[in-house]
Design a protein around this ligand. Sequence first.
Ligand code: CTP
Ligand code: CA
Length: 222
Amino acid sequence: HLGRYPLPCLQGKKVLLTAGPTVEAIDPVRILSNISSGKMGYALAEAALASGAEVVLVSGPTALAAPAGCRLIPVRSAAQMRDAVLSEIPHTDLFFAVAAVADYTPACPSGHKIKKSGEPLTLTLVPTSDILATVASLPNPPFCVGFAAESQNLEEYAKHKRLAKKIPLIVGNLAQRALGREDNEVILFDDHGRHPLPPASKIELARQILSHAVALMAHRGI
Ligand code: CTP
Ligand code: CA
């Protein structure tokens, strides 16, 4: 786990992260979810712990063990993830939104298992709230880092997402390259421009992303 990147010191700082997928109920036995493994978010939590921070990890269901020393808040739905994040915002210095949050959830989850009819079935989905954009628009927000998972036009979409969500740093990656895998290749976008990082393990990338975020915070005098 030892990367070549020096870790910043985050003693006395609180780092909050979201990680993994969310799970939206269709009925008591069926769900809508995605293929996020949680590896990038858990790797960032580990890097933050190694930096000496207090770490709170709000995670959807994953097959991973929570890094020793962090406080894990397990959640399932996007709404539960939002509520857990908002309750942890006080005293948070740095927020990493790494989770692959559902953008839509079933409008009326059925209380009973839906029976098949042989006919086409239409599910009505309603938008969830954007947790990262909500946090970034709070008065006195923590330093917010987002992740942009794109399947095309990575640079254009990631830059636009950073500005739309009003966050200082976004990590752009190709969804098909990143989701569920051990390694990744990312580009960081901030006020100064674009910073591509060489392909590396998620553990190594976590250290570099954390160092970059902390350097930007220092630059802003946070
Ligand atoms: N995010 C969030 N809450 C949501 C959706 C996304 O906090 N309801 C966060 C993700 O954790 C990530 C960032 O927003 O840090 C970008 O997520 P992404 O899915 O790439 O972008 P969206 O804004 O959801 O737009 P789209 O999926 O249409 O590309
Ligand atoms: Ca999305």
